[in-house]
Design a protein around this ligand. Structure first.
Ligand code: GDP
Ligand code: MG
Length: 166
């Protein structure tokens, strides 16, 4: 199995920590050099039966000007080309206007989408249930996976979920 995954979400939700937790010692590449103008390979996970390329996609913020519009268009083009989109949120933060804007934008993308609810080590189970219900109600995510990237909780499950879309 092999494929491309784009991980998106507001700053500090834990995207880098999660990718590091997934790739771990199986890392093949971690590069900060831009490989194309619109996206870059952040890391490659590989094991006996799969290779998963994680792509960092800038420009999914609310466009404020022509450049912003261009970046959103470029990001959307990437989203339509990858095999899976992961939208990540921090479970300790409320769904903000930034999240809603991204979710609205994702409605037009046909690529499978999963929601990763990170930092579950910081919240109570009852709160997690509420978050899952709220995002489930948006009706755009194929699956919702709660994790703690920092505490390595449910990361193995996330890897298996991702493989299911490759
Ligand atoms: P990014 O901007 O989305 O790439 O976020 P980072 O991966 O840089 O993480 C931002 C901050 O959140 C860092 O201080 C991480 O240590 C912290 N963080 C990431 N994952 C978790 C988690 O599962 N639990 C907790 N408590 N903190 C986390
Ligand atoms: Mg990061």
């Amino acid at each position: 199995k092999s494929g491309f995954v784009s991980v998106i979400g507001r700053p500090n939700v834990g995207k880098s920590t999660t990718i590091n937790a997934i790739v771990g010692e199986k890392v093949a590449i971690i590069s900060d050099k831009p490989q194309t103008t619109r996206n870059k390979i952040q890391a490659v996970y590989s094991d006996n039966d799969s290779q998963i390329v994680f792509i960092d996609t800038p420009g999914i913020h609310k466009p404020k000007n022509k450049l912003g519009e261009f970046m959103v268009k470029a990001a959307n083009q990437t989203f339509n080309e990858v095999d899976l989109l992961i939208f990540m949120v921090d479970s300790s933060l409320q769904m903000g206007p930034g999240d809603s804007k991204i979710i609205e934008n994702l409605k037009g993308i046909k690529t499978p989408k999963i929601l990763v609810v990170n930092k579950i080590d910081t919240i109570e189970k009852e709160d997690l249930i509420k978050i899952v219900e709220k995002y489930h109600g948006k009706g755009i995510f194929d699956e919702i996976v709660p994790i703690s990237a920092a505490k390595n909780r449910n990361v193995e499950t996330l890897i298996n979920v991702i493989k299911g879309y490759m």
